[in-house]
Design a protein around this ligand. Structure first.
Ligand code: ATP
Ligand code: MG
Length: 217
């Protein structure tokens, strides 16, 4: 399966989610690959720090850019059970090419109105992609939601997504937790980090279960 974490907006948590998911999948014994299509190379840096720190399992991460990316990843599909793609935060050749080959697309959004509005563009992009890849499933994941229960942004974001024609709301809400930042700096996923943040780990597990449609814990 090819799982794309993408979106047109920068800084929404694509790299954070892609790196946590690939680490969890590899820990579950799966032969998996992380493809970094973002020239900023954040996923690649994460995998490098992971190697330098000696954290296991090792994650194979490759960078791919340009229009041949779809063909190259299709070739790699025969060598890995599942491939995660981290697509940079803008409408790019890489994002569009990845959408054509992805089975599932997860779009992290921050539950502020501004980010939610940019979903209209993704809705159109998914509609266009469906002409070439009719089976793609596109889901919204709310990321960096406030941990303060009195903040109602998440409900507003859900209602917006429910209006969207080609995007589904995954019902997954990942909150703003310091462990996501700290673990990334060490080349780790939240479940591997020294300080175990059960809520962060549960959130990633829920997303993982949604992708692979099974209970992991
Ligand atoms: N749930 C979270 N809790 C706390 N911090 C988070 C969370 N998700 C992401 N962050 C932080 O937000 C920042 C942006 O996240 P990230 O780099 O994953 O976004 P991105 O979508 O990959 O950005 P870009 O579009 O630049 O590639 C990072 O500092 C990351 O550590
Ligand atoms: Mg990124």
């Amino acid at each position: 399966m090819i799982i794309l974490i993408g979106g047109e907006k920068g800084g929404t948590g694509k790299t954070t989610l892609a790196t946590n998911l690939v680490a969890l999948h590899a820990t579950n014994g799966k032969d998996t690959l992380l493809v970094d299509t973002d020239k900023q190379g954040s996923s690649s840096s994460w995998a490098e720090s992971r190697d330098e720190e000696g954290h296991t399992p090792r994650i194979t991460c490759i960078q791919k850019f340009g229009k041949n990316l779809a063909r190259d990843i299709q070739d790699l599909k025969t060598r890995y059970e599942d491939i995660f793609i981290d697509a940079g935060g803008k409408d790019s050749i890489e994002l569009r090419a990845s959408m054509v080959i992805a089975d599932k697309l997860y779009i992290p959004v921050q539950a502020s109105q501004y980010d939610v509005w940019t979903l209209d563009q993704m809705d159109t992009l998914v509609a266009q992609t469906q002409a070439l890849n009719p089976d793609i499933e596109a889901f919204i994941v709310i990321n960096r939601a406030s941990t303060n229960p009195s903040v109602k942004e998440t409900e507003e974001a859900k209602n917006f997504v429910l209006d969207s024609e080609h995007l589904c709301f995954s019902d997954i809400v990942i909150r703003d937790r310091i462990t996501f930042r700290k673990s990334a700096g060490e080349g780790q996923a939240v479940f591997e980090f020294a300080t175990k943040d059960k809520k962060a780990i549960d959130e990633i597990n829920t997303l993982y279960s949604h992708i692979f449609q099974k209970v992991t814990y």
